[in-house]
Unconditional design. Structure first.
Length: 111
């Protein structure tokens, strides 16, 4: 699985396929105080960007999303309960400790 955060879009790639939300076609960007961003495209597809799931998703990559999405699409959300924040499962943590080039990553998109 890979999360690609770039200057024009966010893409989530999984074994089942990929979903991309382009910033210019973002109907809503839910901004959570804990750093999470949920992008909903005009086509209804959603990419949830959860910093707790990606080791390399720092504030600099989240800032790229914030800068790319039009201000009119931004929806500021209240603080979430700790129990509602997505966390890696114990099984995923175990796998993340093994060297694996397919591990979730954050990268810049290419033109």
């Amino acid at each position: 699985m890979a999360l690609v955060v770039g200057p024009r879009s966010v893409t989530l790639r999984t074994r089942g396929g990929e979903v991309t939300v382009r910033y210019e076609a973002c109907a809503a960007l839910q901004v959570f105080p804990d750093g999470a961003r949920h992008l909903t495209g005009l086509d209804g597809f959603i990419v949830a960007v959860e910093p707790t799931l990606y080791d390399r998703l720092g504030p600099d990559r989240v800032a790229v999303i914030d800068a790319g999405v039009p201000a009119a699409a931004v929806v500021r959300m209240p603080e979430r309960d700790a129990d509602s924040i997505t966390r890696p499962t114990p099984c995923a943590r175990r796998r993340s400790e093994e060297p694996d080039p397919v591990r979730a990553e954050v990268a810049a998109d290419r033109p």
